[in-house]
Design a protein around this ligand. Structure first.
Ligand SMILES: N[C@H](CCC[C@H](N)C(=O)O)C(=O)O
Length: 283
């Protein structure tokens, strides 16, 4: 019997990026890839499943990010705002330290009850950190062509991102081009794929094909990766509003290198996992 059977969950979203939160602070094991896929296949759909796990150091708690295909990611911006809001509401705390594979994230309560700011850490741009399959000198414009898309900027913000600069995010068929780019041999760990249209020195429109999840209404790490790439290529300043299909996020790339992402989080419903979901998964 899966340790998840009859366990409660909370369904949330960050700008329409669908997040399923599972509280494992009692030390229960994290969902396996099989169990993650089984939950999604049961009709309890999400883009990412995020856990609450016991702290291993000074942090308040730890989290693990699982895409709907069962793959694990080192970061999830929208999901981090969701779990931070949940624990802030539970504890009354206005600042949380959250441990994750991508590093320690600092979440602070925003100026409105549903707003959260997350320090997403410092981006990395060197080809080995993205990672790319071979050396690329200038990662602001990588030699890659995917149909009509070419020369993306790449960045790692806890997870790998490729950003194609376009004049209209609706002009290209990201549903088709996204997976082709995601699985390109240049990205040994695959990549999240964005179409970005800079509309002003402080404004970007963005559409994202997410690694392991597909088209989503919003992607916080893509907004962060795009914001820092726009700044380092001279397309914008360091403080931008990134407008995704699900709505706007504000991203500030501080002079000390840290990325601050601010946006809403929302609870939709709660429930418990029906044991039948896990009938076919490995014990
Ligand atoms: N939706 C998430 C990104 C999940 C990242 C995942 N798609 C991966 O890197 O594998 C966000 O708001 O940042």
């Amino acid at each position: 019997m899966s340790a998840l059977a009859n366990r409660p969950f909370v369904k949330m979203n960050g700008l329409g990026n669908e997040i399923l939160v599972v509280d494992l602070r009692d030390g229960a094991p994290a969902p396996t890839p099989d169990e993650t896929r089984a939950i999604y296949a049961s009709g309890l759909t999400f883009d990412q499943l995020m856990t609450l796990e016991p702290p291993t150091g000074d942090e308040d708690f730890r989290t693990r990010i699982l895409n709907l295909d069962g793959s694990e990611s080192g970061a999830c911006g929208n999901g981090t705002r969701c779990i931070a809001l949940l624990v802030m509401q539970e504890t009354g705390k206005r600042r949380l330290e959250i441990g994750s594979a991508g590093g320690t994230l600092i979440a602070t309560a925003g100026s409105a009850p549903d707003l959260v700011t997350v320090d997403m850490g410092v981006p990395r741009f060197d080809w080995q950190s993205i990672p790319l399959a071979h050396e690329v000198e200038d990662t602001r414009a990588v030699p890659l062509e995917i149909g009509p898309l070419h020369n993306p900027s790449v960045a790692n913000v806890g997870n790998p991102h490729a950003i194609f600069w376009v004049d209209d995010v609706e002009e290209h068929d990201l549903l088709t081009l996204g997976p082709v780019a995601e699985f390109d041999a240049l990205f040994p760990e695959r990549a999240n794929i964005s179409l970005a249209h800079v509309t002003a020195p402080d404004a970007i429109t963005l559409k994202v094909w997410e690694r392991g999840a597909g088209l989503t209404r919003a992607c916080g790490t893509a907004a962060c990766a795009t914001a820092v790439s726009a700044a380092r290529t001279g397309r914008t300043g360091r403080s931008v509003t990134v407008t995704l299909p699900g709505g706007p996020l504000h991203v500030l790339w501080r002079e000390d290198g840290h990325i601050l992402m601010t946006g809403p989080a929302e609870t939709e419903f709660t429930g418990t996992f029906d044991p039948a979901i896990f009938a076919g998964t490995a014990a």
